[in-house]
Design a protein around this ligand. Sequence first.
Ligand code: NAD
Ligand code: ZN
Length: 280
Amino acid sequence: MDASLNDALSRLPSSAIPLNPTVLALTGAGISAESGIPTFRGSEGYWVVGSRNYMPEEMATRRMFTAHPDEVWRWYLYRFGMCRHALPNPAHAALVQLEVALGERFRLVTQNIDGLHRRAGSSVERTYCIHGDSAYVRCSHECGRGLMPLPAVQIPSLDVEFTEAMRNQLKCEHCGAWLRPHVLWFDEYYDEENYHADSAMRAAAQADVLLVIGTSGATNLPMQLATLCARRGATIIDINPEPNPFSAIAQRAKCGLAIQNMASVAVPAIVAHLRAAAAA
Ligand code: NAD
Ligand code: ZN
């Protein structure tokens, strides 16, 4: 193990990781950055419509979808294409090993819609995709169809306009309305039915250890999860090359650690430590 990581872990009091711990992992775009998927904070985030640049916070909204469904779909299909071609990295794989070691004592809450946790082998049952999953769509008029697989619409290049055939592939067969990506937009609210918000809070209410990986704390459910864990006295470990609100929570917590390192290096090391506690 990396000497500085080893050193950081050895500074945790022995009570920080109980035998057979219950662990909640909370992941954000940073865990997939090393798989080649840009975070929202990177320069690749913006999108041009007409002569204007839009930031993800404007594109990923019901308001934008209602006004410009073609453009919002083109933006998503472009981003989804990047997700399809990306591969899980050692950080995703380490969380699978942790789930195997802990079973029911493990939960994963992810803000990522890229499907890399699923493709690495994390179970659907113990993974809560609180911002949705790019592999699915649903009717924008909520006509009762539930989740459907993302239609195979190919956008050959970014300057190609939508054809009528492409548009038709993105319409609900039942009621004719636009299908929408199964993702939580910035002007919408978390719920249990689509985004497992209550299940995520329940997991935070039970965790001995919260492992936060690669998230900037810009959305509110992740902050609520971490605040609840900290209030209950859980051990908080943040992994992120940059200081962020979760590293601040970890530093203030009774047992906490902020590890300023890349996910692909730090997550396998922490997971090895937690698996040792599970096997002891
Ligand atoms: P964010 O883009 O706001 O922040 C990413 C965080 O990851 C930053 O704090 C950054 O310092 C950190 N980071 C960068 N490289 C890292 C690495 N190698 N290892 C560890 N950490 C690293 O992402 P967010 O907090 O997840 O929130 C943004 C929103 O965007 C979420 O709603 C999410 O659903 C969505 N999003 C998802 C994806 C995806 O599915 N992969 C990608 C971009 C955005
Ligand atoms: Zn419909």
